[in-house]
Design a protein around this ligand. Structure first.
Ligand SMILES: [Zn+2]
Ligand SMILES: [Zn+2]
Length: 180
């Protein structure tokens, strides 16, 4: 995804504190993850600041995901606005071309050996964290009937409510037990 790829060679040669601000937009289909289908364009804004060791990159992304409703199983579109802030460290020293000292911190992304920052992974992780635990097409989605499978958003079905004999027996016991 080229829209999320930035050459930062110039910025890496600049003094600490120098920043570079950019907007980006990707109209082609974006594949963030096998399970994350992005529909429509992805647009965002990034600010990159030169730090002692690398770059501090923050910004935001607007995108629309296609998710599947947990209740009625229909696909629906979920617009999302996510913000990110990540550290990027060089793998190659921009002045000497020699390998930069290795870093083993998990939270840090590499600036590749062509002095490029790729925001794809940072955006993917941010979107995964921002995903709602419960994905429903609408807050009051009625879901599918457990007996006939009809989508109850389109109206009621003819099924009788299920009564489980074991549970009504238990209910009886509880009721008896609660009586003084
Ligand atoms: Zn639904
Ligand atoms: Zn039914």
């Amino acid at each position: 995804m080229d829209a999320l790829l930035f050459n930062v060679a110039q910025l890496m040669k600049s003094p600490v504190g120098t920043s570079f601000v950019t907007d980006f937009q990707e109209d082609e289909e974006v594949v963030l993850d096998d399970d994350l289908k992005v529909v429509g364009p992805l647009a965002g804004h990034a600010r990159m600041r030169r730090t002692n060791q690398g770059l501090l990159v923050d910004g935001w992304v607007d995108l629309t995901l296609e998710l599947s409703c947990m209740r009625c199983l229909k696909n629906f579109e979920q617009p999302m606005h996510v913000t990110f802030e990540e550290q990027f460290y060089p793998t190659v020293d921009v002045l000497t071309g020699l390998p930069a000292p290795a870093f083993d911190e998990d939270e840090i992304f590499p600036i590749d050996d062509h002095h490029q920052v790729d925001l794809t992974e940072a955006v993917r992780q941010t979107v995964l964290i921002a995903l709602p635990m419960v994905t429903v097409c609408q807050e009051d989605c009625k879901g599918l009937c457990s007996q006939c499978g009809k989508d109850l958003n389109q109206g009621p079905c003819d099924c009788q409510p299920e009564t489980d004999v074991r549970w009504s027996a238990l209910g009886q016991l509880l009721q008896n037990g609660l009586q003084p």
